[in-house]
Design a protein around this ligand. Sequence first.
Ligand SMILES: [Cu+2]
Ligand SMILES: [Zn+2]
Length: 195
Amino acid sequence: MQMRTLFVILSFAIVLIAAAGCDKAHQAAAEHAEAAHDALEGVHVPEGDPTVSATVDAKSGSTLTGSAEFYENDGMIILVLKVQNAPPGVHAVHLHDVGDCSADDGTSAGGHWNPTAVDHGAWGGEAFHLGDIGNFEVDETGAAEHTFNTDLWSIGSGDANDIVGRAIIIHEKQDDLTSQPTGAAGGRIGCGVVG
Ligand SMILES: [Cu+2]
Ligand SMILES: [Zn+2]
């Protein structure tokens, strides 16, 4: 082999090794930043600000506070729900039809968001409302972080599946995923307008 050919091959190898190392460093930093979310449910949460969000306020005399952030990534909508000062245990979370949290008991938000006019149910089951996010668990300290993702919603499209202008509702009890049309989840202890 000629010296010059060897030199070209060696230079190429060095560039490849450097590139691989750089990529690894980037990956490690990104993984670290998102470790909290990824560790929870394996959902990839994009970096940066959410596309839309909702501040969740206490309803029906609860002390709950929280936030719902909605990210758009590659046709998927990712929800990151965080609550504090909530009653420990399993609670239902839904998107309701009307982005109005003015009532003390949250009833101003209307019923479950159901643009396809089907029965209430478990997400991914035979029938379910587009607002039927499901249940999540609050720990003994009153906190929860819950992620959810779907390609059935859109943000700001103006289409029937647009979540902007809906309300996110946290319930007193868990959704039994069968009772019509609400899942028998009880009162509304948190409400936030998506926008
Ligand atoms: Cu609900
Ligand atoms: Zn429903």
